[in-house]
Ligand binder design. Structure first.
Ligand code: ADP
Ligand code: MG
Length: 257
């Protein structure tokens, strides 16, 4: 599942870390691939620079396998392929390469480790990194921040998805759109949430992620909020969201059919 939105600061990485943690907690063997050169998902899961000898950059360039690049995390059953700053050059380096849109998909096909689910944290752009994620994924998770311009840019994202479906990956589905940073004291965010539901309908998850300072503090401790403070409103919301996510995921039998 690719977690994408070309806007920065909408909750992609926070969702990636906490959903991955919640999924691992249900017993699913989970891999989180950090595909953002900023490496926030890696840092937020306590992966130090000394554990990033092999990274998502090496996987894309064919210099490391998925199995070799994956490292453990503080969360049982959750592995991470960390990102390094090298990745910022990858958008340009990939342009010259054969099969530049399929590098991640091919690496995933060769992976031996039997992960139940793989989440990909995308950078804030619709460049080749995000395209590699969308080509490799069966589904897409889109966080939308509850602010006035929430829907702006969504049509560009959806037309990218459409292009990827037509050209490379007909099975790519939009699993859902999640509203993030909801502030119940702010009437504007409530209005935005209603408007987004009116426009997008049932693709929007029922669960809304509240604005919660614990969610933003947790990464500085190298821990998911779900471990740092599992009782806070943000953690509880991500648990509920993970439940909805699991209910929407295709079951293994359907995938095989
Ligand atoms: P993205 O990956 O889309 O750029 P992040 O998940 O990194 O977005 O979130 C941007 C910033 O907002 C980070 O500092 C993060 O800790 C904070 N943040 C994300 N979600 C919430 C939330 N629900 N409540 C409070 N802060 C949040
Ligand atoms: Mg991010």
């Amino acid at each position: 599942m690719a977690i994408a939105n070309q806007k920065g600061g909408v909750g992609k990485t926070t969702s990636a870390i906490n959903l991955a943690t919640a999924l691992a907690a249900t017993g699913k063997y989970t891999l989180l691939i950090d595909l953002d050169p900023q490496g926030n998902a890696s840092t937020g899961l306590g992966i130090g620079q000394n554990q990033r000898a092999r990274s998502s950059y090496d996987v894309l360039l064919g210099q490391a396998s998925v199995d070799d690049a994956a490292v453990g995390s503080p969360v049982p059953r959750l592995d991470v392929i960390p990102a390094t700053v090298d990745l910022s050059g990858a958008e340009i380096e990939l342009v010259e390469m054969a099969e530049r849109t399929h590098r991640l998909a091919q690496a995933m096909k060769r992976a031996r480790e039997p992960y139940d689910i793989v989440l990909i944290d995308c950078p804030p752009s619709l460049g080749l990194l995000t395209i590699n994620a969308m080509v490799a994924a069966d589904s897409l998770f889109v966080p939308l921040q509850c602010e006035f311009f929430a829907l702006e840019g969504l049509s560009q994202l959806l037309s990218t998805v459409e292009r990827i479906r037509t050209r490379f990956n007909p099975g790519l589905s939009i699993l859902g759109v999640a509203l993030t940073m909801y502030d119940k004291r702010n009437r504007l965010t409530d209005q935005v949430a209603q408007d987004v539901r009116a426009v997008l309908g049932r693709v929007v998850f029922d669960t809304v992620i509240p604005r919660n300072v614990r969610l933003s503090e947790a990464p500085s401790h190298g821990l998911p909020a779900l471990i740092y403070d599992h009782r806070c409103s943000g953690s509880q919301a991500y648990i509920a969201l993970a439940r909805e996510l699991i209910a929407r995921m295709p079951q293994p039998a359907e995938v095989a059919a």
